[in-house]
Design a protein around this ligand. Structure first.
Ligand SMILES: C=C1C[C@]23C[C@@]1(O)CC[C@H]2[C@@]12CC[C@H](O)[C@@](C)(C(=O)O1)[C@H]2[C@@H]3C(=O)O
Ligand code: AKG
Ligand code: FE2
Length: 340
């Protein structure tokens, strides 16, 4: 990776070139109508093959995301010091620009990272319109996450009376660890138009939680890695839909049936910013993360050493973005896990 520096509207960001930035032509990202009869099977298929899908017909009024987008853009347009004064520097919660986490990762973005568990509200120092928009949006997107987790359980063959097993780890659970991240990627026009710029907005990684639910504006940049062919493919933006990621914890809870998806974001090359909002559904710190008995076949061995969400999160926050965070918990050699 080559580090270069350039002036920007959000300070002097050390730019990092995205390895093999040019992705293959768009693959078909599964698009699932959450209200359709076959939704559970389609969700499980997508989580097995890609760990990623687009959710449509989700019932969230477009106005909620529009209000949040407007509030967020107004916030990001404020002077740097005001943004820091309002939300504090990201440690890890708060306002951050160019650095991601605390272990040296950088990207062409600024962001707000907030805890949104039902018991805690986003920082009261944020502008009231942004805070209200965040609260309303979070209530709605949490429900989408909950519905998707029920469909996941159904698609895994969990009996009807136990289908809330995943949802209940996150939604409405005392002490669950839910976060919302608002990412702003300003345009990065370093090279003449038409020349590939290929600057990293957010480097490749998997999300450590159970589930992530993402919504972005019309500006492209998100890419996912197709595990089987090791190809990066762009995800065409769709502001009317949500994109669902399988997180590392769900990979363990399903004993590798669902695979957490590697994804990354390239900085926008045109004139428009990318704005994305991601809900991360994590359980309570004391929640044990081990394959669910409801999905295990008789005699099936766990592929992972058991841990709690608190332990995993603490370890994850000591890693670099692109590290394989589940590696140290694998009980079988990586090749055998991959072949499962
Ligand atoms: C480099 C890092 C940023 C991150 C914490 C970590 O040490 C490794 C995981 C990263 C990640 C990826 C998904 C989410 O955006 C995030 C909030 C999370 O829970 O794990 C970030 C962390 C972060 O930005 O603090
Ligand atoms: O901004 C995006 O589109 C994705 C960001 C992301 O993957 C993350 O915040 O974990
Ligand atoms: Fe992510």
């Amino acid at each position: 990776m080559v580090a270069i520096t350039a002036p920007s509207s959000i300070e002097h960001i050390p730019l990092v070139r995205c390895p093999k930035a040019n992705a293959s032509p768009p693959a078909v990202i599964p698009s699932i109508d959450l209200s359709a009869p076959g939704a559970a099977a389609a969700v499980a298929d997508a989580c097995r093959s890609l760990g990623f899908f687009k959710a449509t017909n989700h019932g969230v009024p477009g106005g909620l995301a529009d209000a949040l987008e407007a509030g967020a853009m107004a916030f990001f347009a404020l002077p740097q010091q005001e943004k820091l004064d309002m939300s504090g520097p990201a440690r890890p919660l708060g306002y951050g620009s160019k650095s991601i986490g605390s272990n040296g990762d950088v990207g062409w973005l600024e962001y707000l990272l907030l805890s949104v568990s039902s018991s805690s509200v986003p920082s009261s120092a944020l502008p009231p319109s942004l805070r209200m928009a965040l609260e309303e949006y979070t209530r709605a997107v949490r429900e989408v996450g909950g519905r998707v987790m029920e469909l996941m359980a159904e698609g895994l063959g969990v009996a009807e009376e136990e289908r809330a097993v995943l949802r209940r780890m996150v939604v409405g659970r005392e002490g669950s660890d839910e976060m919302v991240r608002v990412n702003h990627y300003p345009p990065c026009c370093l090279l003449p138009p038409g020349r590939d710029c290929g600057v990293t907005g957010f480097g490749e990684h998997t999300d450590p939680q159970i589930i992530s639910v993402l919504r972005s504006n019309c500006t492209a940049g998100l890419q996912i890695l197709l595990r089987d062919s090791a190809r990066w493919v762009p995800v065409p933006p769709d502001p009317d839909s949500f994109f669902v990621n399988v997180g590392d914890s769900l990979q363990v809870l399903t004993n590798g049936r669902f695979r957490s998806v590697k994804h990354r974001v390239l900085a926008p090359e045109g004139t428009e910013s990318r704005l994305s909002v991601i809900y991360f559904g994590g359980p309570a710190p004391s929640q044990r993360i081990a394959p669910l008995p409801q999905v295990m076949r008789e005699g099936e061995q766990s592929l992972y050493r058991e841990f709690t969400w608190g332990e995993y999160k603490k370890a994850a926050y000591k890693t670099r973005l692109g590290d394989n965070r589940l590696g140290p918990y694998e009980l079988l050699p990586a090749e055998e896990v991959a072949a499962k």
